[in-house]
Design a protein around this ligand. Structure first.
Ligand SMILES: Cc1cc2nc3c(=O)[nH]c(=O)nc-3n(C[C@H](O)[C@H](O)[C@H](O)COP(=O)(O)OP(=O)(O)OC[C@H]3O[C@@H](n4cnc5c(N)ncnc54)[C@H](O)[C@@H]3O)c2cc1C
Length: 408
């Protein structure tokens, strides 16, 4: 290991890995050291992700970033010579009557920005998801009332959406960077950064867990849900620190229901934000628990599936009561408190400190665009491909939030 690098990246998930490659491909000529505390790259949040991507967003910045990223991921396997399971199976949001009226108004913006989006009738939704019943006649009226079911008034379908393996992509980015730019790049696993050192508001270096000190004047913080902890250990408190909460999210894998056609469904979002997709002979199912307290607990809970997902899913899609959980895991979202969107760019109070954090539930799908944007900012001094200024840290103090309507 050198005793200094021109840039240090903390974290070897999909964000850190993609920033590394983008810095070099944008022409950064200096040395880069990437420090990952795990035994392998991208084994944390990036590995626990559903890996879904969609360009159906209400805010322009998310729409642009996702659209760019989908295009990039589409040719990733060939460009980076690594399989990443890229599959455009589509995304189908279903809506109750009141939000449906609002969602329909996004169609002109989708058309204008070239985002393919189809508005589906309840009958078309039923055709796309075998066994799903859009109405409520088949559900006991007491259950309808207790569970707050409403009829599905329509569906928003995005044919370009799909999923990929963010962890494999992270490895692809690093392997290609090492192959192309070899000597300038050092990736150190089992290397934990204990604190970032500053001198008069400027990045000076990092102190590692083994006590060694590495000099640098530029640092990319891509430590996922642990980024705010690290800033706190480095002396940044309150309004200077990242305003997100690490919060557990869970995924469950079940057998397919005994209904024909489940190997060909899009990712579907139904009642209470329950989402599911076909995943190599199984169903992968998730739902963000609105009552989940912030924290670093990642333990999955079968009771959560049995109480909060299964009973609701089986009413909407009779037959799914035979879907039994085969495996499950928990991971951490970094939920930006004010607007659930990423925080990208230089820290306003610390020169040389670059942030790529707070991605909430969509960090994997925007990684190609976000990392390109950050690399452009560092290498060229401004954004070139996508103007990522809406994601700046300062937006919280300025109350200029990125309001996003199409959330799960
Ligand atoms: C259950 C679940 C489902 C999700 N589904 C989706 C989805 O469908 N689509 C989507 O786009 N996003 C999804 N996400 C979110 C997405 O996975 C994340 O936004 C993305 O992976 C963040 O990548 P990252 O590189 O910032 O974080 P990580 O992958 O967590 O990488 C950060 C790395 O930093 C390392 N690190 C931390 N602290 C230190 C330190 N002090 N020193 C050195 N290394 C350190 C960690 O070990 C880790 O490897 C999901 C997340 C979860 C939990």
């Amino acid at each position: 290991m050198r005793d200094s690098y021109d840039i240090v990246i903390i974290g070897g998930g999909v964000i850190g890995a993609s920033v590394l490659w983008n810095l070099k491909s944008q022409g950064f000529e200096g040395s880069i050291g990437l420090f990952e505390r795990g035994d392998a790259l991208a084994e944390e949040t990036s590995a626990k992700s559903a890996g879904a991507f969609r360009n159906l967003w209400g805010s322009r910045i998310n729409m642009e970033m996702a659209t760019y990223s989908i295009g990039f991921l589409k040719t990733f396997e060939t460009d980076f010579s690594i399989p990443i399971g890229f599959h455009q199976h589509g995304y189908l949001f279903t809506f109750y009557p009141e939000p449906w009226e609002r969602i329909k108004s996004y169609k002109p913006t989708f058309d204008e920005t070239g985002v393919k989006a189809e508005l589906l009738s309840p009958e078309e939704v039923e055709k796309m998801v075998p066994g799903l019943k859009a109405g409520l006649d088949h559900i006991d009226s007491d259950i309808v009332e207790f569970a707050g079911f409403e009829p599905i008034a329509g569906g928003l379908f995005g044919p370009d959406c799909g999923s990929f393996d963010p962890s494999a992509a992270a490895k692809g980015y690093i392997e290609r960077a090492q192959k192309e730019y070899g000597e300038d790049i050092e990736v150190h696993l089992r290397t934990e950064v204990k604190r970032i050192q500053f001198d008069a508001g400027k990045v000076k270096g990092v102190e590692l867990a083994d006590g060694s000190k590495i000099g640098t004047s530029m640092l990319v913080l891509a430590a996922g849900p642990w980024s705010a902890q690290l800033l706190s250990a480095s002396g940044l408190q309150d309004d200077e620190n990242l305003p997100y909460d690490a919060t557990k999210r869970q995924l469950f894998v079940t057998n397919l229901p005994d209904i024909a056609g489940y190997d060909n469904i899009p990712l579907v979002i139904i009642d209470r934000g329950i989402y599911f997709k076909y995943e190599t002979g199984n169903l992968q199912i998730g739902r963000a628990d609105p009552d989940q307290a912030p924290g670093f607990d990642q333990e999955p809970s079968l009771a959560y599936y049995k109480d909060e997902i299964g009973p609701y899913m089986q009413e909407r899609i009779p037959g799914t009561e035979h879907c039994n959980v085969k495996s499950m895991w928990g991971g951490l979202y970094s939920i930006t408190r004010a607007d659930h969107n990423g925080i990208l760019g230089q820290h306003p109070a610390y020169s040389g400190l670059y942030l790529a954090n707070g991605w909430s539930g969509h960090g994997a799908m925007v990684a190609p665009a976000a990392s390109l944007a950050l690399a452009e900012l560092i290498v060229h001094g401004s954004y070139k491909t996508i103007d990522a200024a809406p994601l700046r840290f300062e937006r919280f103090a300025e109350n200029d939030l990125v309001v996003e309507d199409i959330v799960i």
